[in-house]
Design a protein around this ligand. Structure first.
Ligand SMILES: [Zn+2]
Length: 241
């Protein structure tokens, strides 16, 4: 099993506004309460989050951008970045990998949270993983390694002033192989506040669903609520000089 620690800086890379609030904002709240700086990076423009024919795409993009910013604030996160790729048809292109490498080198986090790109179908046989999640996970994992730490990859980023950076740990969500259970009992109220900020997307049904998931995740460890991750340990901490 991996051990939970408080990073100085963490970066969360997901596909859509509200992905973080369903999966990881209880953990984010534990970090920010302990003084960590957390940055969110939302890859898509969130324009596919409505089947209402009357909803205009540009309006939805702006509504969901503001909801995500409010949601981040609920757990102490003020740095939210949007890459604005088209929602629903994302692929793990080199362009996306380079854009994520730029964010990793800029934020210089010890921990990056993203989607487990190996999950196509869930263990519970009840969810086909959204292709945007897998595309985001694949591009983000390869942005962390090798792109972020390797000087010769994406020389245009060096020209822009982004020096290489080594991430210490990857926390992968929506995984079939969890090895870390984080107790989020104390921050679960904040997590629900963050979820509630996505007014255009969630209601009582979703709150109940998240409570049930997180209670089930904590059961084996005796936690009221938990979030689970597959942790990859990539690099030891840099020695303090
Ligand atoms: Zn999503």
């Amino acid at each position: 099993m991996a051990e939970f620690f408080i990073p100085e800086r963490a970066l969360v890379i997901v596909a859509h506004a509200d992905d973080i609030e369903f999966g990881v904002s209880g953990t984010v709240a534990r970090w920010t309460e302990a003084g960590a700086q957390v940055t969110y990076c939302i890859v898509t423009d969130n324009s596919s989050g409505s089947n209402d024919p009357a909803m205009k795409s540009d309006d939805l993009i702006e509504i969901r951008r503001l909801e995500q910013i409010a949601s981040a604030e609920a757990v102490g996160v003020t740095d939210v970045r949007f890459l604005n790729y088209k929602d629903g048809t994302l692929t793990p292109t080199l362009e996306l990998r380079r854009d994520l490498t730029r964010v990793v080198r800029d934020v210089r986090p010890q921990i990056v949270i993203t989607f487990d790109p190996t999950t196509i179908l869930t263990m519970e046989n009840n969810y086909i993983n959204h292709p945007d999640h897998r595309a985001t996970g694949e591009a983000a994992v390869y942005a962390v390694f090798p792109s972020s730490e390797s000087r010769p990859i994406f020389p245009e980023l060096l020209a822009e002033g982004y020096e290489p950076h080594k991430v210490q740990q990857l926390y992968l969500v929506l995984t079939n192989q969890p090895n870390l259970t984080v107790d989020v009992s104390a921050t679960h109220g904040l997590k629900l506040d963050a979820l509630r900020a996505h007014k255009s997307q969630v209601g009582e049904e979703e709150f109940e669903m998240v409570k049930q998931w997180d209670a089930a995740s904590g059961e084996a460890e005796g936690y009221a609520y938990a979030e689970v991750f597959r942790v990859m340990k990539l690099n030891e901490p840099e020695p303090v000089s």
